[in-house]
Structures are given as C-alpha cells and as structure tokens.
Write a protein that binds this ligand. Structure first.
Ligand code: NAD
Ligand code: IPM
Ligand code: MN
Length: 354
C-alpha cells in the first residue's frame, strides 16, 4: 500500500485564494494519494493578529509535510508587504529552497503574442538562484528623508550559493527531456558581468568550472539585456537558462508573456531531498481578485509539477494533458480566449483528468 504524501496548502492573498482551491480540486480529481492541510498565513491573518509566520512555522512545514503549495501574497492593506516577505521569501530563504525552477512552455500557438511561433518553439526552463542576491535585503538607509539620503541594497553572491544553482541547472539539463521527447542539450548563463564585475565575475568563473564537469552539455552565455531582446525575437534558441535571483524574477515574467500571460506560468522552489514549495509565478492581482476571473492554469500546472516532484508522474501527466485539452478547446478563462470563470475552468480540468 502506498503511503499518502502530506501537502501543506497556503492560498495567501487575492487570487491566490481563488486559484489554489482549483488546483486542489484537480489534484483530488487526478486520484493522487495525498493528505492536505490548509494554513491561513496571509494579509488577512496578519491584519487580524499581527502574525505572519507562527513560531516554529517553517520547521513545522519541513517536519510534517512532503511539499507545500502556495498561492500568492500581496494586499493593498499591507503596503509594506512585510507579510509577503516574511512568508514567501521566508520559506525560500529559511527552508533553503535554492533552485527556483520555472518552466516556460507554449501550450497553444494562439496564446503567444509573437508571429509564427508554435508550441514546439517555446520549451525552455529558467533556473533562478533563490536564496541570495539583492533579495537578501542587506544594506540600509542613511539620512532618510533628507536631501543627502543614501540607500544601499547589497547584491550578495556566495560561491556555495552560485555553485549549487549552476549545478542544479546542469543536472536538470542532463535529467530532463523537452516535451517532444528530445534531450535537453544546452545551459546558458544569464548575467550582467560587463557592468557588475564582482558578482558577475563569480558567476562566470563558477559556471565555467561546473560546465567542465558536463562535457556533453553545451555551455553558453548571454547578458541579461541582450537575452530579453532575444527572448522576444526568437525564443526557439533557449533550452536551460541559469541566472541570479533578480534577473530570474524579471525574465520569467517576460517569459510568461510568451506563454499567454502570468496566468499560465508554474514554478517550484526546490532543495533536493528537503520539503519543497510550489507556487504559480503570478502575484495576488488585487484588481481582479474576488471576481472569479483569475486564470487557474498556472496554479494547476504548479500542482502537477509538485506531484511529479513527489513521484506521482502519472497523475501529473493526466493533469497536464487535461490542461492542454482545455486550452485547445478554449474551456478557459477570458485572458486566454475562453468565457469560463475561475471555478468553471477548474471544474473542466478536474472533470477531464480522471
Ligand atoms: P500580478 O502577477 O499579481 O499581476 C500582474 C498582471 O497579471 C495583472 O494585470 C494581473 O491581473 C495579471 N494576472 C496575474 N495573474 C493572473 C491570473 N492568474 N489570471 C489572469 N490574470 C493574471 O503582479 P503585480 O500586479 O505586480 O503584483 C500584485 C501583488 O502581488 C503585489 O503585492 C506583488 O508584490 C505580489 N506578488 C506576489 C507574488 C507571489 O506571492 N509569488 C508574485 C508576484 C507578485
Ligand atoms: C515572484 C515574485 C516575488 C519575487 C515577490 C513577490 C517578492 O515576484 O515570485 O516572482 O520577486 O520573487
Ligand atoms: Mn516575480
């Protein structure tokens, strides 16, 4: 008898609270053997009792769960965004989830804003370093509010942090195939080492060292500014991209645009062997929250990614196939050409993934 995997669910704020229930609905419909516990960590909870993460919260997640499925954080009533920082970045940093894996796939030609691009042309992945960089919030403000004000935001890059992210990218390349079954062959470093010479220099040196251990994989490089242009001009050329925390954040929103928008993009925050966290790339989208219009596909594909990570490859495959069919038949929300609401789009995927 197989043991059920334990999943912690944290819907969060805004549309997170609408898309995550759809993802859970679909997980259940796929027949995946999971046990679910839901946590209310959110702006609502923070406004009620000033708690972002309860004491022992991250240790508890690591101890008691096999994976975590998260919605999004961000609420206009918490302008400091402190709860999002403590919960979301807290999980990434304190649970040491160092590889943010963001697959970029086009499910249907109609979703891509570029001319003449088909699903086979967009199938790459961004591995984003997830525990360092400017996100560490090292630095400070001096003489705040005066004309002499100084703001410093340090870019922290450690050899260990860079190396494990780069190695993850090469290992990923070695172990994963493209959707069409062909092997992945290339890892590209995206940086800004022409201007940021210290941090970029470290990434450059570590990347070249690690690349030598993988002679069968082609190692490439592009500056982040040129990469943005290339991603729009010809996304066919990308396979596995590895980059720092901030560039990874930015280029994956750009990449989401190629996939049909933020409602389509999935991600996993992974530390091999530890409890990992999965979340759609999009945020809480306050203007559309509570209206039953948010696209649940990103959250549903994120759930599939989580199941595959936990070894439930068949269930993940069924969910992905159902999403693909929904997109092709336009049984979707309006942002990707359908007429359904969030719940109805979730229902359709759930009904077709059994
Ligand atoms: P956003 O991703 O919430 O929204 C950007 C745009 O994409 C908006 O036009 C929105 O309507 C659209 N969009 C996003 N998800 C969609 C979906 N599922 N279906 C249809 N349309 C969708 O980014 P933002 O507006 O920059 O940020 C809003 C809040 O979310 C902020 O507080 C931000 O800090 C937070 N945020 C959180 C996360 C996270 O928790 N992982 C990620 C990004 C942004
Ligand atoms: C993301 C988000 C977060 C990030 C924000 C909410 C801090 O944009 O997950 O892409 O920048 O990592
Ligand atoms: Mn982002």
């Amino acid at each position: 008898m197989s043991q059920k995997k334990r999943i912690a669910i944290i819907p969060g704020d805004g549309i997170g609270r609408e898309v995550i229930p759809e993802a859970v609905k679909v997980i259940t419909a796929s027949g995946a053997a999971v046990e679910i516990a839901t946590f209310d960590w959110s702006a609502e909870r923070f406004l009620a009792d000033a708690v972002t993460v309860p004491p022992d919260g991250f240790a508890m997640l690591g101890r008691e769960f096999d994976a975590i499925l998260v919605g999004a954080f961000g609420d206009p009533r918490v302008p400091s965004n402190i709860h999002a920082k403590e919960i979301l970045l807290g999980m990434r940093f304190k649970m040491d989830l160092y590889a943010n894996v963001r697959p970029v796939r086009l499910l249907d030609a109609s979703l891509c804003p570029l001319k003449g691009i088909e699903p086979k042309d967009i199938d790459f992945v961004v591995i984003r370093e997830n525990t360092e960089g400017v996100y560490v919030d090292a630095g400070g403000i001096f003489k705040q509010g005066t004309v002499d004000e100084v703001a410093i935001q340090e870019d922290i890059n450690t050899r260990k942090g860079v190396e494990r992210a780069v190695r993850y990218a090469f290992d990923y390349c070695e172990r994963h195939h493209k959707q069409d079954g062909s092997p992945r062959k290339r890892v590209l470093l995206c940086d800004k080492s022409n201007a940021m010479t210290y941090s970029g220099g470290l990434w450059q040196r570590v990347f070249k060292e690690v690349a030598r251990e993988y002679p069968q994989i082609t190692a490439e490089h592009m500056y982040v500014d040129a990469l943005c242009m290339q991603m729009v001009r010809d996304p066919r050329q990308f396979d596995v991209i590895v980059t720092n925390n901030m560039f990874g954040d930015i280029i994956t929103d750009l990449a989401a645009g190629l996939q049909g928008g933020l409602g389509m993009a999935a991600s996993g925050n992974i530390h091999p062997g530890k409890t990992s966290m999965f979340e759609p790339v999009h945020g809480s989208a306050p203007p559309i929250a509570g209206k039953n219009v948010a696209n649940p596909v990103g959250a549903i594909l994120t759930a599939a990614m989580m199941l595959a990570h936990l070894g439930m490859v068949m269930e993940a495959g069924k969910i992905e196939a159902s999403v693909l069919e929904a997109v092709r038949q336009k049984k979707t929300t309006q942002d990707i050409g359908g007429v359904l609401g969030t719940r109805e789009a979730g229902d359709w995927v759930a009904e077709h993934c059994g």
